[in-house]
Design a protein around this ligand. Structure first.
Ligand code: PRP
Ligand code: URA
Length: 209
């Protein structure tokens, strides 16, 4: 079974509390999300494989560590996942970025696919799927299924806030994919929103409500 990693750090907790506050506006919300994504990215990339390379410093030759072999791809789930891309690519500027477009049907809460554009060599990369919210888990389950169909076998899911219901559904569907999050919240409400959560992440990032 996969592991749920809750990344605990005072800076992440403080910034997340600011994001949860309904008085926080679009500009600050977006900046905070990217800042947290960068801080979380440090943990999510902790096990990237390294290899020895001979380099030359101004003083002498040395054997130094560099990220090896498999390279990264960041795949945000549109729209809200876009809010994490800048923070992550600041950490790993050479990472390729793919996009999966899914929205939740307002009545059934089931994800509907509307876009998919991925790097050609996605199957050879370590893939970080980024989406701030894991509510019922439907969107993340479908996004990872799409990636597996394209041959990806090294995937991590990176969320900000997760609900127990979504964690359970995701781990059952994809027991091989670890989840990284900043907070495990209490439950879902009758509209499948996370409680206490932070509201509709996409709307708060893009100012659509
Ligand atoms: C939100 C969020 C996730 C999804 C989570 O997207 O960004 O993708 O809901 O819910 P789930 O775990 O129940 O699938 P939404 O469908 O609101 O689309 P948006 O990002 O375009 O606003
Ligand atoms: N999508 C969101 O943006 N927020 C939630 O709480 C649940 C789904």
């Amino acid at each position: 079974m996969s592991t749920l990693h809750i990344i605990e750090h005072p800076l992440i907790e403080h910034k997340l509390s600011l994001m949860r506050d309904k008085e926080t506006g679009t500009k600050d919300f977006k900046e905070l999300l990217n800042e947290i994504a960068m801080l979380m990215g440090y943990e999510v990339t902790r096990d990237l494989p390294l290899e020895d390379k001979v380099i030359e410093t101004p003083i002498c030759k040395m054997t130094a560590k560099k990220i090896s072999g498999k390279k990264l791809a960041i795949v945000p789930i549109l729209r809200a996942g876009l809010g994490m891309v800048d923070g992550l690519t600041r950490l790993v500027p050479v990472a390729k970025v793919g996009f999966i477009g899914l929205y939740r049907d307002p009545t059934t809460h089931k994800p509907v696919e509307y876009y998919c554009k991925l790097p050609e060599d996605i199957d050879k990369r370590i893939v970080i799927v980024a989406d701030p919210m894991l509510a019922t888990g439907g969107s993340a389950v479908d996004a990872v299924t799409m990636l597996k169909k394209r041959g990806c076998n090294n995937i991590k899911l990176m969320n900000l806030v997760v609900a127990p219901e979504g964690v359970k559904a995701f781990r059952e569907a994809h027991p091989d994919v670890d989840i990284y999050a900043a907070a495990l919240d209490d439950k879902l409400n009758e509209n499948a929103y996370i409680v206490p959560g932070l509201g509709d992440a996409g709307d708060r990032i893009f100012g659509t409500k």
